[in-house]
Design a protein around this ligand. Structure first.
Ligand SMILES: [Zn+2]
Length: 328
């Protein structure tokens, strides 16, 4: 489709994470023509991180052989609570000192391009919906399993923010009132049971209790460098303990899916994030089976439960989709 004259066809999507910042220049949702990556270094303070985001955007634009003048807008997914209308990050637990940061205003000063800020999981859901599913499902739930568990809801073809624009906090759905403590202060939240952090804690606790695992052979006793990919390797080498822990997490994800399908009745549920990227083959069967077991009869009919293939790129893709939508 031709753009109106004078309007740029390029947008930039940024994924602001606790450890790294990714930026991608997009011509359309399927076509990324330049990327850049820098570490976040949030210990250097808010202003330094904003400068690093600006530099990351400039590098990606340069990588695509463009200049900022040719960019219509920049979308950013931030890891925390966001005031979309104001363009501020209200609070980001994984970024040091991030409270009421006027990210939109500050970045626009650096870049001279309109900037739009949204929660990172909402953005990832948008990316999966538009780029991976071609915008087809009318309703979709995105579940992203990484350090924590985040979600994004697409209802009637659009991102659903709810009354206070805070909807989609599915990681804090309580699945076991007597469960382990969550970072939010509650007990037994979805992410305290099935995130990468939860899986790693269960594995470390099991080893302390004398469970035998190949992981200690692979990485030593303290497992400081443990990654999701190591779990896959261990399971493929027949590690029963790791298999049991990962299966337990997959069951909780299935229960989470069942709750969401009961309440929202989505057409598609997409499960993504770093844990699923590494362990989709090991987890998806259990997730689907458990979801079907726990969902109310009839609610699961023709509902698709699939693993996202976008991986790390869901964030920049969705942020670019947001920039395109908002800068029109
Ligand atoms: Zn919680």
């Amino acid at each position: 489709m031709a753009e109106p004259s004078g309007k740029s066809e390029y947008v930039v999507g940024v994924d602001l994470g606790g450890t790294k910042i990714l930026a991608g220049v997009f011509k359309n949702p399927q076509e990324c023509i330049g990327t850049s990556k820098v570490s976040t270094k949030s210990q250097r303070g808010v202003e330094a991180v904003v400068e690093r985001i600006a530099r990351c955007v400039q590098d990606a634009v340069d990588e695509a052989d463009l200049s900022l003048k040719q960019v219509a807008g920049v979308g950013i997914g931030a890891p925390g609570a966001v005031d979309f209308a104001a363009g501020t990050v209200i609070f980001a637990p994984n970024l040091e000192g991030w409270k009421d940061v006027a990210l939109k205003k500050d970045l626009e000063k650096h870049l001279g391009v309109p900037v739009f800020v949204e929660n990172d999981c909402n953005i990832a859901a948008l990316g999966v919906h538009v780029a991976e599913l071609k915008g087809k499902p009318k309703s979709m739930v995105g579940i992203f399993v990484g350090t924590g568990i985040g979600g994004g809801l697409i209802i009637n073809g659009d991102l659903y923010g709810g009354f206070n624009h805070t909807a989609g906090e599915i990681g804090h759905m309580v699945l076991d009132v007597n469960g382990p403590k969550c970072g939010c202060g509650n007990k037994g939240c979805f992410e305290a049971l099935a995130s990468r952090t939860a899986i790693f804690q269960q594995i470390k606790a099991g080893i302390k209790d004398g469970e035998k695992t190949i992981l200690t052979e692979m990485l030593g006793d303290n497992l400081n460098d443990l990654r999701s990919g190591d779990l896959r390797k261990a399971i493929r080498r027949g590690d029963k303990f790791v298999d049991k822990v990962v299966e337990g997490a997959a069951e909780y994800i299935g229960i989470g899916v069942a709750n969401l399908v009961n309440i929202l009745g989505p057409e598609v549920v997409v499960v993504g994030g770093g844990v699923l990227e590494a362990l989709a083959d090991e987890m998806m069967g259990v997730i689907v089976e458990t979801a079907q077991d726990y969902a109310m009869p009839g609610t699961m009919k023709n509902v698709e439960i699939i693993a996202s293939k976008l991986g790390d790129n869901a964030g920049i893709t969705g942020a670019a989709v947001l920039a395109r939508k908002e800068s029109k």
